[in-house]
Design a protein around this ligand. Sequence first.
Ligand SMILES: N[C@@H](CCC(=O)N[C@@H](CS)C(=O)NCC(=O)O)C(=O)O
Length: 250
Amino acid sequence: MPTTEKITLHVLPPSHPCMTAKAALEHKGLEYDLVALDFAGFGDRMEEIYGPGNRTVPGLVFGDEPIHGSAAILERLEQLVPENPLYPEPIAGMVREAELWAEGDLQDSGRCLTWGAIHFRPEALGTFSGGGNLDPAGTDYAMKLIHATWKYHRITAVRIAEDLQRLPGMVARIEGFADQGLIDGDTPTAADLQIGATIRVMLSVGDLLPVFEGTAAERVARRFFPDYDVSIPAGALPAGWVVTEVPAAG
Ligand SMILES: N[C@@H](CCC(=O)N[C@@H](CS)C(=O)NCC(=O)O)C(=O)O
């Protein structure tokens, strides 16, 4: 073990940036305590630990240093433990750029499309916490939670349709990262861990499988995140909304 500091990672279990942070700790060979927060009130708890405004997961406490957000965690872990680099030279700068795109735009789409699809199959929300499909009472509760989440993240049907239009272009961009050697190599880079986690979450939406089939995006997601049991069956998203071809520019 390359450090004697105590490490604690705060997560919500199905969250994709939390999967990224976990995979980075494991790649660095670090032992850590995993604290899975309750969905109700986790933002307040995060703010108590990580400071005002820092309400999202993941967060990591390294010794007595709080580090908030997946990109900050990966960057700091690299400084603290340079072994098994996540930003290998000479491509470190390009990897960071690809990572930050994935941590922003791609990650948001992952949130919009999974919470978007689950609206149409609310009983499948049980799989988000490691169980099976919900019973009718659980489904009533799930519908309220999904509705609140749509409101909070400003998800609308129009936004889902727009993100579905943009998705093949994002998959093509990821293919480009693989061609440049920034992802999909022998060992994971920070870009693999950000991209892979979001795509792994998107692969839980059965309707999206044809968009990813045979792509570098699918390869890194399945390789670096083999265990993920969330499942929203195909047929959830309205027929005809999923786009599989990269739309023409302009
Ligand atoms: N880009 C940030 C964002 C993290 C983020 O938004 N996490 C979600 C869970 S996937 C969250 O905590 N959402 C609650 C909120 O937005 O208040 C990161 O990668 O750390």
